[in-house]
Design a binder for this molecule. Sequence first.
Ligand SMILES: C=CC1=C(C)c2cc3[nH]c(cc4nc(cc5[nH]c(cc1n2)c(C)c5CCC(=O)O)C(CCC(=O)O)=C4C)c(C)c3C=C
Ligand SMILES: [Fe+2]
Ligand SMILES: [Fe+2]
Length: 338
Amino acid sequence: MSFPDGHPLITGPKTGVLLVNLGTPDGYDVKSMRRYLGEFLSDPRVIEAPAWLWKPILHGIILNTRPKKSGKAYEKIWIRETNESPLRFYTRKQADSVAERFKESGVVVDWAMRYGTPSIADGMAALEEAGCRKILVLALYPQYSAATTASVHDKAFDYLKSRRWQPAVRTIDGFHDHPDYIAALAGSVRAHLRDKPEPDMILCSFHGLPRENLDKGDPYHCFCQKTGRLLAEALDMGPERFRVVFQSRFGPKEWLQPYADKTVEELAKSGTKSIAMISPGFVADCVETLEELAIGLQETFHENGGESFDYIPCLNDQPAMVDLLEGLIRRELGGWVS
Ligand SMILES: C=CC1=C(C)c2cc3[nH]c(cc4nc(cc5[nH]c(cc1n2)c(C)c5CCC(=O)O)C(CCC(=O)O)=C4C)c(C)c3C=C
Ligand SMILES: [Fe+2]
Ligand SMILES: [Fe+2]
């Protein structure tokens, strides 16, 4: 087909999928950490305080102290071979595996990060350049929250604001109770604990959120509880052996309770000898799971008298995770792709 000179490019009507996770620094040096944390913590979906109050705290205190401290945490879990964080490593692997499943149907699959690189705008632009006129944005958070899922969607729609000829866009608001997700988690727990003595307690740890977000109507807390309940049922475990906790508190305010660190300490002090920890809110291992749980809380448990601590990895690029993503995408592309 030929167009008159200067005519905008008219591309083929393909369908694209953009997998998006939270984001991660490009390096664990202070400069990269500051850039990443600066972008992350300037998002009003993450910090809901008024800008006049928050900006001086962020630029005057947090960005002068946290980059160094958090950089040390990232350094412990950095993947040297590919020089990237685990979150980026596993997100790319997930996208590659999902792309393989859609090769036949011509669906283009790419990935992006809400903060840092590759950006959502670059990911959307790449899909458009590949000829996609229909795009599914899949935020990789099983439990919807405004701080995560809505923020991804905001950013995708910000990109659309810059487009004269916008593609059609769909989003997906979570999958906290999807049967394949629960089955994948249960399978992962069973596989990890096979051939090991049964732990006294399984702690199911979700990233926290300020308590006031729940009071304002954010459903995240309820979705975490539901995932926890369904997983406990799938494992046939009662509350005496399975508990939901919340990790990664940030700032001085109250966050969702019970806190993971306090619970681990109390369990160890009151005689629990073995625990296994799973973190179903993260579909890919990251600093919050590998450093905070697998290293930090393991130390807390042992320091307080616990004996055996087992960290169960995230679903990452396990086949069950790829199956789950493929199924979600096929469902959400209904009417777009046969
Ligand atoms: C899975 C859901 C997540 C929710 C909900 C969430 C809320 C939330 N997070 C912060 C502050 C920080 N989070 C940080 C890291 C981080 N957070 C998530 C996911 C959720 N956050 C992930 C997957 C990661 C890891 C990224 C990686 O590169 O591995 C960090 C950075 C690390 C650190 O400095 O501790 C901060 C800061 C807030 C304030 C918040 C809710 C309002
Ligand atoms: Fe976070
Ligand atoms: Fe953390």
